[in-house]
Design a protein around this ligand. Structure first.
Ligand SMILES: Nc1ncnc2c1ncn2[C@@H]1O[C@H](COP(=O)(O)OP(=O)(O)OP(=O)(O)O)[C@@H](O)[C@H]1O
Ligand SMILES: [Mg+2]
Length: 235
């Protein structure tokens, strides 16, 4: 039987901006199993990034629960949360937030520094990861010497540094052309094949085709949830 990794129960996110309250997510009930490759789709403002930030433990739900590996994230201490973020979750942002004044190699090493991996092991693994994303020859280059697609590949290598079992990516191909996007989705597909659980936000139907399951959002709600080979069904 499929093993549950993520469970959202009656999850609500309200942004309190002072003047008004915005409902980012209305009432989400969702389960993602270990080893799934999921695309999150929906119009701008439908709640995709809100969801990803909660899944990545970068933000907390206002109401309801987020169980990760059976543990309610709300019950975790700040230290436990940062350890989870660093070791269990690889987060890839749309705007490949690399540190601009340091090389591709050092950017990839950074999460391992936080995880207290020794210098030699860190370097070896960072080089291996850069090789994997096809950028070994660019290891010493600064982010501004790389193209958008190359920077995004460095960001992915960095997200993989501590071998996280859960990979979350919020529009990782948003700034890229079709060839570069497909290359990056191919990389996620490989990681999925190797056993990782991968959740990717995308606007592009052809990119979503790489995944096993498409969950569509509208106005802070899940409106459909389809696994490959199944008929689309409304929620
Ligand atoms: N920090 C915030 N403060 C107030 N409102 C917010 C905040 N972040 C998001 N929102 C609101 O929550 C709703 C969902 O936003 P979210 O960023 O999750 O959308 P999205 O689906 O990721 O859109 P896009 O495709 O444009 O990235 C929107 O109405 C947005 O204005
Ligand atoms: Mg977004």
């Amino acid at each position: 039987m499929a093993e549950e990794l993520i469970r959202l129960k009656d999850l609500v996110k309200i942004y309190d901006t002072g003047a008004i309250k915005v409902l980012g997510l209305k009432r989400i009930n969702l389960t993602i199993n270990r080893g799934e490759f999921v695309a999150i789709m929906g119009k701008s403002g439908s709640g995709k990034s809100t969801l990803m930030n909660i899944l990545g433990c970068l933000d907390r739900p206002s109401m309801g629960h987020y169980y990760l590996d059976g543990v309610d994230v709300a019950s975790m201490t700040p230290n436990e949360l940062s350890e989870i973020r660093n070791k269990k979750i690889g987060f890839v942002f749309q705007s490949f937030n690399l540190i601009s004044r340091t090389s591709a190699l050092k950017n990839v090493e950074l999460p391992m520094t936080y995880a207290k991996v020794g210098k030699k092991a860190r370097r070896e693994r960072a080089l291996k990861l850069l090789d994997r994303v096809g950028l070994l020859v660019r290891a010493e280059h600064m982010p501004n010497e790389l193209s958008g697609g190359q920077r995004q590949r460095v960001a992915i290598a960095r997200a993989l540094a501590n071998e996280p079992p859960l990979i979350l990516a919020d529009e990782p191909t948003g700034n890229l052309d079709t060839a570069a996007s497909e290359e990056i989705m191919g990389l996620f597909a490989d990681l999925h094949q190797e056993g990782a659980t991968v959740v990717v936000v995308t606007h592009e139907e052809n990119i979503a085709e790489f995944t096993d399951r498409i969950i569509r959002f509208q106005d802070g709600l899940v409106i459909s949830d389809t696994r490959k080979g199944e008929k689309d069904h409304a929620v």
